[in-house]
Ligand binder design. Structure first.
Ligand SMILES: *Cc1c(COP(=O)(O)O)cnc(C)c1O
Length: 420
């Protein structure tokens, strides 16, 4: 069951024609399907039902409060990577004991904030970070539960920018250093080592690299037990891929089954940090055609969404399927779909066969629910897009479109201070 479907040639988000949403809320517009978010979360979560586990949705994929609230209501925990994400998760009603905190560069004030909130654990990525957490925790008489993020040195065979678990990446600690660091952690005040963590990359389309990493972690777990370290959590990170174009990633059910087979019987609570697989195909970006233009070498479709709204094509050369919101059955031509930003890297698609669209018509970029709005910016002083969440025949404005005043609000003070 898909929730972005054509009925009589008109794209719908659940029960609402997307053209109606564009008319009401303007473009560029992110449209999310509540039923899709729920279905994706439940499919993933239930794939691990045979194991004690917590599914900690990765907030950075799509951090809209509506999304976080919905997932929290379904029982999700959260994986955060900043104090700002902690703030969002708590605002959305996520219980702190289901929050894990990852990332290579946690600032002292962010660590304090997370200790105050009482999160489940810190996924620690360096010895210096561990010492800092120890100092902050002991100074406030608290105990920080930690796991070390282990870099298992497996090749996830994904884009280099989103591969994180190879020796050359900045993430985690190699296995040998990790062992010594656990020994060190055991003796540090304010620190309780409770978990082992890894996250090897994103948009993985096969189970093999996960299993390879898992085997290394399970072996490592045995060593820690021998050292008398009482590990209770095994965090396998996120990274399960989705279909943008023709990828055939494993279904969450197969993923869960494969991992469950290896983990059954171990006295561990499994933590998973899915982001993209929950959010990616639960959202689209709707944009309006401003102009079309033919040059001697290329045809361009110039739209009102740009790299500041959806940076993935520019940043990673990623593919997003693009289609008309209302089908006209015109012949297809080869075009570049580009935005108004003053960068040649500003494109949503290159060399794409698209029906010959006209100015004023709407296009949808699919699979834009993850790392879409979350990575958006105001570059070229473009107010960020609005976001709506559709639930059957009902639409909730998840984020209002930014205004010109929003663009300058944080700078107004300088007008008085600057001397002419
Ligand atoms: C980005 C990230 C995730 C989520 O990755 P997806 O590919 O979106 O599932 C999970 N854990 C950590 C530590 C991350 O940095």
């Amino acid at each position: 069951m898909h929730h972005f479907e054509y009925h009589n040639g008109r794209l719908h988000a659940e029960d609402i024609p997307v053209e109606d949403l564009a008319r009401q809320f303007g473009t560029p517009l992110y449209v999310y399907s509540k039923a899709t978010f729920s279905r994706h979360f439940q499919a993933f979560d239930s794939a691990f039902s045979a194991l004690p586990h917590i599914t900690c949705y990765s907030v950075k994929a799509n951090s809209n409060l509506c999304v976080l609230r919905l997932l929290a209501s379904l029982g999700a925990g959260m994986d955060i990577v900043s104090g700002g994400e902690l703030h969002r998760a708590l605002k959305a009603g996520v219980s702190p004991e289901k929050i894990v905190y990852s990332g290579v560069g946690k600032r002292p004030e962010e660590i304090r904030q997370a200790l105050d909130a009482g999160i489940l654990m810190f996924n620690v990525e360096s010895r210096e970070e561990l010492r800092t957490i120890s100092a902050i925790a002991s100074e406030s008489g608290r105990i920080a539960r930690i796991s070390l993020r282990i870099n298992p040195d497996v090749d996830p065979k994904t884009h280099p920018y989103i591969s994180t678990g190879m020796k050359k990446n900045k993430f985690g600690l190699d296995m040998e250093t990790s062992l010594e660091t656990y020994r060190m952690a055991k003796g540090l005040p304010g620190i309780e080592p409770v978990g082992i963590d890894c996250h090897i990359g994103s948009q993985l389309t096969s189970i093999e690299p996960f299993l390879e990493a898992l085997d290394k972690l399970v072996e490592f777990y045995g060593k820690l037990r021998e050292m008398g370290i009482d590990i209770r959590y095994l965090d396998l990170g996120g990274g399960l891929g989705i279909t943008y174009n023709e990828e055939e990633p494993p279904h969450p059910e197969a993923f869960g089954k494969a991992l469950t087979e290896r983990l059954k019987g171990l006295p561990l609570t499994i933590i998973l940090e899915p982001g993209r697989v929950i959010a990616g195909n639960a959202g689209i970006l709707v944009t309006k055609v401003l102009y079309t233009k033919s040059t001697p070498s290329k045809d361009f479709v110039i739209v009102d969404a740009a790299m500041n709204d959806l940076v993935r094509p520019s940043l990673y050369g990623s593919f997003h399927r693009i289609a008309e919101v209302v089908e006209h059955n015109r012949p297809k031509i080869n075009v570049d779909v580009v935005g108004p930003i003053c960068e040649s890297g500003d494109f949503l698609a290159r060399d794409r066969e698209l029906p010959n669209v006209e100015s004023g018509e709407l296009l949808a970029a699919f699979s834009a629910g993850a790392y879409g709005f979350a990575m958006s910016s105001q570059y070229n002083s473009r107010p960020r897009a609005a976001e709506v969440m559709v639930d059957g025949e009902v639409t909730v404005l998840a984020r209002r479109r930014e205004t010109y005043d929003d663009l300058v609000a944080a700078e107004m003070g300088c007008l008085e201070r600057v001397v002419d």
